[in-house]
Structure formats: structure tokens, C-alpha cells
Design a protein around this ligand. Structure first.
Ligand SMILES: C[S@@+](CC[C@H](N)C(=O)[O-])C[C@H]1O[C@@H](n2cnc3c(N)ncnc32)[C@H](O)[C@@H]1O
Length: 275
């Protein structure tokens, strides 16, 4: 989750596949339930008919791909992380087997003009170094009248904010920002969709709550699933990381105790239609 709030110096470490490869397996095992909720919202926002051609850009382990394929859509998907693509292919079964899954860059889509009825990029395009290219590629491959949904995170809430604060206490020079992340503002999302040529642009703000784990387990999960935290852990080494963990868990437990904490996440879903 915290991958979404970096404002590290350019180029962002998340603009390359390596950090995503590092977290791909744990992301697939642990984060899918929450990401699936937002993919379901996106599919409802841009409804398509059975057999429609749907594109999932920066598909990760196929969060939206599998839901759309299961619902009878003809899905194409792309992600630049080989490990994410491997996880997606492993998860495909039955009706989903027909999905056209590719490894590649979402800023240069390997499909022709006017091919898709709907195109989605869930928490992926927001990380592209050239977001304008990401939006214009979505626009290019949509059929006239086709719809796009692009999502990003609202500023963090609850335990995510506490983790950032706790990390900053232990590591004052931490290279993560707080507050707004990339595309983390409805006006920015609206402007970038319009700049790419989309009409009927709107942004929906959606919050989901899920039962969470204890603060100690939540921090352990963050270390397995969150790309910039994994990068930082690798950079600092084992001893220094033990110190960070003690500080973060201590701070979280003093705030929340040791019982499970509810997770609340809010996303912006930007909608646009190709005219
Ligand atoms: C937070 S994950 C989201 C995955 C999935 N869409 C979901 O909702 O669960 C971000 C994904 O974007 C992918 N990604 C980031 N930049 C990319 C790029 N330029 N081209 C293709 N994939 C990219 C990463 O590899 C990662 O799988």
C-alpha cells in the first residue's frame, strides 16, 4: 500500500519492474482481497456487454483481469513485471484461460487503434514516469464510445498514516512523502483524462474498510508487500532493520494496542469516454 505515497526524487524507483518483482508473490497472496474491491467498483463504473473487449493496463497479478474474464469479457492485459505476469498466468483457470496476457510497458501498448470497449488501469498508470503517454495510449486503443477507468489513492488514513509517522520517527530521512501521492487529487485526475481527449470525465471517491491484523502483523505484511519498504529494508541491512521494526511496532502498539486494527482505504476512480 505505501508504494502509492512515495514522492522520492525522480526517477521514482517504482518506475522500474524490479521492486514490483520483489513484492509480486506476497502482493498476490495478501493484498488481492482489498484490491479486488476497487476492481469490482471500476468494472461497475464502466459496464460492458458479455464478450466485450476489455483491457487491463498494469494488471499486476490479474486483479481486474480475472474478474472481467470470469464475467465473460474478452480480456487483454499487460504489466512490465515478469513476476506479476507469472502470478497472473498461474491464477488463470477455466473461463479465464483465454485472456491475452503480455509482459510490457503500459506507456507503449502493443495493440492497434480502436480495439477495446473498455480499458482500465488500477493503481498502475499513476506510477508511469510519462503519465500523459499512459493516458493517450488508453485513449488510442479504445473504440469510439469506449470507456476508461484509471484509479489512484487518496491521502492515507488510519494505520497507514501511523506507519508513515512511525517510520519517520525511526528514520527521519525516509524518502517517502506524506499527503498526496501521484495522481492523488481528483482535479489532477480530471485534467489528465481531459488532456488525453476523454469526454464525460468524472471522478468517484470510494472508501473500503476491511478487518485487519494486529499492528505487529500489519507491519510484517507491509514489509512483504510494499515495494518501497522492501527496497528500504534491503538497503538498510538486517541489524538496522531490526531497530526500525522495534520502533515502528512499539509506536503502533502504543497507539492501537495489540488487538487487530481495521484497515480503511480510499481511492479515486477517474472515468472518461472516447468520443
Ligand atoms: C499497485 S500494483 C496494481 C496491480 C493491479 N492493477 C491491481 O489493481 O491489483 C501496480 C502495478 O503496476 C505495474 N506497473 C508499473 N509501471 C508500469 C509500466 N510502466 N508498465 C506496465 N506495468 C507497470 C507494476 O508492475 C504493478 O504490477
Amino acid at each position: 500500500m505505501l508504494q502509492d505515497m512515495t514522492d522520492a526524487p525522480k526517477p521514482s524507483p517504482l518506475a522500474a519492474p524490479d521492486p514490483w518483482n520483489l513484492v509480486a508473490d506476497d502482493y498476490t497472496m495478501e493484498l488481492l482481497p482489498m484490491f479486488e474491491l476497487f476492481s469490482k467498483d471500476a468494472l461497475a463504473l464502466a459496464p460492458t456487454h458479455a464478450g466485450a473487449k476489455v483491457l487491463d493496463v498494469a494488471c499486476g497479478p490479474g486483479t481486474l483481469t480475472l474478474l472481467a474474464a470470469e464475467a465473460g469479457r474478452s480480456v487483454s492485459s499487460i504489466d512490465f513485471s515478469p513476476q506479476m505476469v507469472k502470478n497472473l498466468k498461474r491464477r488463470l483457470n477455466g473461463a479465464q484461460q483465454g485472456a491475452d496476457v503480455r509482459e510490457g510497458d503500459g506507456q507503449a501498448l502493443p495493440w492497434g487503434n480502436d480495439e477495446f470497449d473498455a480499458a482500465f488501469s488500477m493503481f498502475g498508470l499513476m506510477f508511469f514516469p510519462d503519465r500523459a503517454k499512459g493516458f493517450s495510449e488508453l485513449y488510442r486503443v479504445l473504440k469510439p464510445g469506449g470507456a476508461a477507468v484509471v484509479s489512484s489513492w487518496a491521502p492515507f488514513e488510519g494505520v497507514f498514516v501511523s506507519i508513515m509517522q512511525a517510520m519517520r520517527e525511526v528514520l527521519p530521512d525516509i524518502p517517502f512523502g506524506s499527503g498526496k501521492g501521484p495522481l492523488g487529487d481528483p482535479d489532477e485526475l480530471t485534467e489528465e483524462l481531459r488532456a488525453a481527449g476523454f469526454a464525460d470525465v468524472s471522478v468517484k471517491t470510494i472508501t473500503h474498510r476491511l478487518p485487519g491484523d494486529t499492528p505487529a502483523e500489519f507491519w510484517a505484511q507491509t514489509q512483504r508487500t510494499t515495494a518501497p519498504v522492501v527496497l528500504l529494508k534491503n538497503r538498510l541491512g538486517e541489524d538496522e532493520w531490526k531497530r526500525v521494526t522495534q520502533g515502528v511496532v512499539g509506536r503502533l502498539e502504543s497507539q492501537y494496542g495489540t488487538a487487530p486494527v481495521e484497515i480503511q482505504t480510499t481511492a479515486y476512480l477517474g472515468f472518461g469516454r472516447k468520443s
